[in-house]
Design a protein around this ligand. Sequence first.
Ligand code: SAM
Length: 380
Amino acid sequence: MELVEIKEGLARILVPKAERIYDAPVFYNPVMALNRDLSVLAVKAISPKRVLDALSATGIRGLRYSLETPAEEVWMNDINEGAFNLILKNVGLNFGVESVPEGGRAEVKLPNGKRLVVNLGDANKLMAEKFRYFDFIDLDPFGSPVEFLDSALRSVKRRGFLGVTATDTGVLCGAYRKACLRKYLAEPIRGELCHEAGLRILIGTVVRYAAKYDLGVDVLLAYYRDHYFRAFLGLKSGAKKADESVEMLGYLWQEKNGKFRYETGFLPEEQGAYGPMWLGSLKDEKFVEELVKLAKAEPDSIAHKKTLQFLSLLHEELDVPFHYDTHALARKNGLEVVKVSKAIETLRSLGFSATRTHFSPTSIKTNAPFEAVLKSMGNG
Ligand code: SAM
């Protein structure tokens, strides 16, 4: 495997040289640097002791966690032997230490007292071995994380944290409806709400998986970007906490003119429902404020040029379920398209809250009723 050295955040890593990222023998996607930047900030804010990067590929995430956060023990795991050997090389490159694997595992004690463990094997097997051991588990798979959720929810401490990526957007956004029914037991919606609904289906699935272990879920931050979903979740121990999270699941309905409604409930009260999905908040204000503060304090560990801008957008976004896409509304109601900034201004002048949303540059999040939103489009 021909390798090239690159830098991301405070880490140096060797990555395979390849024309296209999916052809490389070990996977590295530079676009995901934004995902990793936000993950580093999240791990800094959470401050976990023991971290698992369960699907590590080049080791970039785990390396960044050990270099850029206070985590004391970082595990990096991959099932691919080429990846395992590359992670060992990358550990050597960053820390100048030789790690000798024994039985598919290598342990390194760093001069600053931190511990690194590199493991070759199936993530589910490792997580089954390390029951209630980790404070933070990162699941960053190809496609859906569902096959790792049960093990992760048993391997993480009962008051621990999960970072979950899903890249199967075609499934969660309804292009492959049957796959969504199979993997997430949920009905996906197509059209302008598909990304937000897909993210909420993903979170709803984690909530359902967690509930059977009497674990509730706090959403610290969840977003959609660059064809993937990402959620940082905090677990809460206890049957009552699990019940409270399950009570935030429900359904979405949408009419032909773009008007939507949603309702919490275990079963849908009417036909034509999308879900079940999470209808609670997508962020914890204090957590996001902390990420913004940390990002500004240490700009060197921001690897992607869009990270700060994106984080500000998430910070400012109104946290209400779903949004209105100005283009879809115009098309569905025979209206002219108005500028998002103009519609937001009108809604605010009518006394409502309204902001842009990271889900789409042409959409608005607002607490205004549908009729007021149409009015803001220049029609009453
Ligand atoms: N987290 C990495 C990053 O930020 O660059 C990218 C990980 S890549 C999307 C997914 C990795 O999961 C691949 O390296 C693949 O070999 C590994 N993988 C797939 N199935 C696995 C399993 N059951 N157990 C452990 N690793 C697995």
